[in-house]
Design a protein around this ligand. Structure first.
Ligand SMILES: [Zn+2]
Length: 569
């Protein structure tokens, strides 16, 4: 009933969309799914696109779609019934794929010159196969029952040029039954993007359509709207209410005006419990074993990204900043807001410290991280763990230098204010801001962190109510060359003599049949790695505890239950 009301309200919203200037370029996308039989499961998405006046010579690239985006294999090779028409009718196309590496695209090349408005249509089968490239964010087209979702970069064919246009998204869900709803990072229902941008910008619009679950019943005045697919084992509505309340706390803390803000939840067979920030919104992933308390910290993390953008330029080389800030503030703000317990806070802090201090790659210089990020889980987690501990160390410095009057909050909020006022938000600007708080010491510590020197935290770094105590833990050890796991055929090589992998019976030359997630396992001392191995035509399951040598790491505990300053600054 409420859903119907929402549909009616959205129809009003669409007609109230701002009038479009006459010459403005619009690429209009109609997104739907094929009518589903009684089961309701969506197996095919449909796309129809109208593009403005196009003039492309024969043999020149006309349309494109990434083959791989953020290590996710896209639908580019799976499109069916692709038809392109211009003012003269059907256009015959050939396909050209970029070589692997960088951002590879599939490009469609017309056999003749193309002129006038284009109409493009195609179908996309949704296989729900696990990403063959291993660990990756939840961007591929995926369906659960009567809902499908994905990032445009994984399925939307766009003009192969750099001209700016506004994207218009219209949902065709009439065949999906009463209450079907489309939601995207552009907002709820049919939307036109507020600003023009080239195709590269339109590769990161997340969409979810069909019989979506949602909370609240209609978009809230503060812009929050959550949508999910699948049947989580936890109370999704309750969790999204929790998230909405924390969002309200963030709006105050970061002194940010409210805006359209969507949260999406969906299943993910690889690294469930993780999430990704996309288009000023975020996608969280779960499976049937997701621990809702840990998942809360993930949701809190992804929301920090919305409020604190990364530094200018640098991509993954700046991930120490945006991931470190997100890890540091997710648990801290959730604790301050009263949305998690001190035990949850400590659990999260200690898992960051444990993963960092047991990581044999933790001296990797920051400059080496982009090249190894997807290839080695021990490098991939470093910007998160090392970044968060760097910010904890910096906060400790600021609190002490100011005799408790200032904290990292003041530095970050001032930096953000400057950014909004148009001041540079570069790495150099960050270091300058740090030096204004703590002097030359701030620069020295920053450079040490970037060079990969271990971060040493004082026992009292998280305030007088917490202290550190050494605990013996074991390093994560896959037991063979980690690059194997992101290769097209995962053939084991570089088996480490004496490792748990070797003792479990794995041999060089074994083929790992299914991709395996590692990020969560690396942070969990007791988690087993489960591999399916093919050897001489036989498939077998192997599992082992992927741990090597022991190392003493600091873990924080509460000094006493009655300590007054329970919430760290
Ligand atoms: Zn993040």
């Amino acid at each position: 009933m409420k859903v119907m009301t929402l549909g009616a309200m959205l129809a009003t919203l669409v007609s109230a969309a701002p009038a479009l200037a006459q010459q403005e370029r619009i690429v209009a996308v109609e997104l739907g799914a094929e009518a589903v039989p009684a089961s309701g499961a969506i197996k095919v998405a449909t796309v129809a696109i109208r593009m403005p006046d196009t003039n492309v010579a024969a043999g020149q690239p006309l349309l494109r779609l990434p083959l791989v985006i953020s290590n996710v294999k896209t639908s580019a090779e799976d499109l069916q019934d692709l038809q392109v028409r211009d003012s003269q009718g059907l256009v015959a196309l050939s396909v050209r794929d970029d070589p692997a590496g960088g951002q590879p695209y599939r490009r469609w090349i017309p056999a003749r010159a193309v002129n006038g408005p284009l109409q493009v249509s195609y179908r996309i089968p949704i296989s729900n196969a696990a990403n063959p490239l291993g660990a990756a964010p939840p961007l591929e087209l995926r369906s659960d029952g009567a809902v499908f979702s994905g990032s445009t970069g994984a399925f939307l064919v766009l003009p192969d040029d750099e001209q700016a246009y506004r994207l218009k998204l219209t949902w065709q869900l009439a065949n999906q039954g009463a209450g079907a709803l489309g939601v995207s990072t552009l907002g709820v229902g049919d939307r036109v993007a507020p600003k023009a941008a080239p195709s590269s910008q339109w590769e990161s619009v997340f969409v979810m359509g069909g019989q979506v679950g949602h909370e609240p019943a209609r978009p809230a005045p503060d812009g929050f709207f959550a949508a999910w697919q699948g049947q989580p084992a936890f109370d999704a509505r309750g969790l999204m209410r929790w998230t909405h309340e924390l969002y309200g706390y963030y709006l105050d803390f970061f002194k940010t005006p409210s805006a359209t803000y969507n949260v999406f939840l969906r299943t993910n067979p690889i690294n469930p419990g993780g999430g990704v920030e996309i288009g000023n919104s975020f996608v969280g992933t779960y499976d049937q074993h997701t621990d809702v308390d840990r998942f809360k910290v993930t949701l809190a993390h992804e929301m920090v990204h919305t409020f604190v953008d990364t530094l200018e330029g640098g991509g993954l080389a700046n991930s120490w900043f945006n991931e470190g800030i997100a890890v540091y503030y997710a648990r801290l703000l959730a604790l301050r807001a009263g949305k998690i317990s001190q035990a949850d806070y400590l659990d999260d802090l200690n898992s960051t410290a444990a993963r960092y201090y047991t990581d044999i790659m933790n001296t990797t210089p920051n400059a080496d991280i982009p090249g190894r990020f997807w290839a080695d889980t021990r490098v991939r987690v470093l910007p998160y763990d090392r970044g968060a501990l760097y910010f904890a160390q910096l906060n400790d410095e600021i609190v002490r230098a100011s005799m408790g009057k200032r904290s990292l909050d003041d530095l970050l909020l001032g930096f953000q204010e400057g950014r909004r006022a148009g001041q540079p938000a570069s790495q150099a600007a960050w270091v300058d801001a740090v030096m204004r708080e703590v002097g030359e010491q701030g620069k020295t510590q920053f450079e040490a962190m970037m060079a990969g020197r271990p971060i040493a935290l004082r026992s009292e770094a998280f305030g007088p109510c917490l202290r550190s105590t050494p605990v013996i833990l074991r390093r994560y050890e896959l037991g063979f060359t980690p690059d194997v796991l992101i290769e097209k055929r995962r053939i084991v090589r570089g088996l480490v003599a004496g490792s748990a992998a070797e003792k479990a019976g794995i041999r060089n030359g074994d083929e790992i049949v299914k991709p395996v997630p590692q990020d969560g396992i690396q942070g969990d001392q007791k988690a087993l790695l489960k591999l399916q191995i093919a050897r001489e035509g036989k498939v077998m399951d192997v599992s082992y505890l992927p741990r090597g040598e022991t190392v003493a790491v600091p873990q924080w505990v509460a000094v006493s239950p009655s300590c007054k300053a329970a919430v760290p600054r």
